[in-house]
Design a protein around this ligand. Sequence first.
Ligand SMILES: [Zn+2]
Ligand SMILES: [Zn+2]
Length: 117
Amino acid sequence: MEHSSSETSEKTFTCQLCGLSSSYSYYGQKPPNTRAIVLLEECFVTKDPFNPDREKFLVLGSTCSLCSLCVCAGSDCSLFYTKRFCMQCVNKHLDQFPHQIQSELAKKKQSSKAAVS
Ligand SMILES: [Zn+2]
Ligand SMILES: [Zn+2]
């Protein structure tokens, strides 16, 4: 491969579960140029491409608080419950989550199964 990617300084976020990748502009809890916004967690954010002039941004994803996997904010890949958890850790430690979360996940599993068939 003759492809050199070192000339691009653009940072890329890649979800390690679903493979979604997108360039991001900031990683942390306080995105720059936003008015007093503090996020609940450190996450990958990018400026809203549809509203570049506004103080808007999109949260792409974050890192799992248990295994540090990079996961997108999609409900299939991660869950935010006081901290960010990837779905692998959620399934591993499901019994430690409150019943409300467990039943929500069970519901989601059922509905996604139904959508496939
Ligand atoms: Zn994902
Ligand atoms: Zn994890």
